[in-house]
Every structure is written in structure tokens, then in C-alpha cells.
Design a protein around this ligand. Structure first.
Ligand SMILES: [Zn+2]
Length: 133
């Protein structure tokens, strides 16, 4: 069984940094939705690929128990990232949020390599490595 633990403040700080860095695309999320962050101590794979993190919309019927619109989970693999890699990972997950403050949706990747063009354009295809320049 996998264990999930709530954010200790580190993930929220990463999200804050990502929103500051990309105010035009992510800044509105501060006002338009409620996001909760958590860790999972397990590994996750999808189509044979390691999943570092994911972003899910919270169903309306669960919001009495989880007062938020989205949950972002960082899996075991994300622990190996340096801070830059972790900020980029958070940035990626936040890009999955599509909201105008009333409607909450998940935005799918816009590239066949399961990523967003904006991420690839900014950092290249191996942005998860988070190498400091
Ligand atoms: Zn993604």
C-alpha cells in the first residue's frame, strides 16, 4: 500500500515560485482555484514511463471532505530532483489546471511526447533533470 502525506509547505513553495516565474500563464491560479499538494511514497508508472507527479481535479462530490479543486501529487521519483527540477515539475503540473474560477478542468498535454510545448520550448525535452546551468 502506498502512503500519502500532506505537503509540509515545500510543495506549496514550489508552486508559488512557479506562479511567480510564469505569471501570465499560472498567476491567475492563486485566485481562480484551490490546490492541495501531497507526497506519495510509492512509485507510479504510466505506459512504462516513470511518473514524477500528477495533477487531478477533485470531483465535486468529494469537496465536502477535500475543500479544494485540484490535488497535485509528487511521487517517489520526484525526491531525486534538485530544486530547479522540482520547480519545473510543479510548473508542468500547474499547467494541467484549466480554470476561469468557476469551471475546473484538466488540460491535456499538447505534444505527443506527453508534455506541453511551452515546457519544451523553455527548457528542452529533458527539463526534468533540472540541471543548473
Ligand atoms: Zn503532464
Amino acid at each position: 500500500m502506498k502512503n500519502y502525506t500532506p505537503d509540509d509547505g515545500v510543495l506549496a513553495a514550489l508552486a508559488h515560485d512557479a506562479m511567480e516565474r510564469w505569471p501570465e500563464t499560472l498567476g491567475h491560479l492563486r485566485e481562480d482555484c484551490r490546490i492541495m499538494y501531497q507526497y506519495c511514497d510509492g512509485e507510479k508508472t504510466k505506459k512504462g514511463q516513470t511518473v514524477f507527479a500528477d495533477c487531478e481535479r477533485v470531483k465535486e462530490k468529494y469537496r465536502a471532505f477535500m475543500p479544494c479543486d485540484y490535488v497535485i501529487t509528487f511521487y517517489l521519483a520526484a525526491r531525486g530532483l534538485n530544486r530547479e527540477g522540482a520547480v519545473r515539475l510543479m510548473q508542468h503540473e500547474l499547467m494541467h489546471i484549466e480554470t476561469d474560477g468557476s469551471v475546473h478542468r484538466i488540460r491535456e498535454h499538447d505534444l505527443i511526447v506527453e508534455d506541453f510545448r511551452a515546457m519544451i520550448d523553455a527548457y528542452g525535452t529533458d527539463w526534468i533533470e533540472g540541471r543548473e546551468k
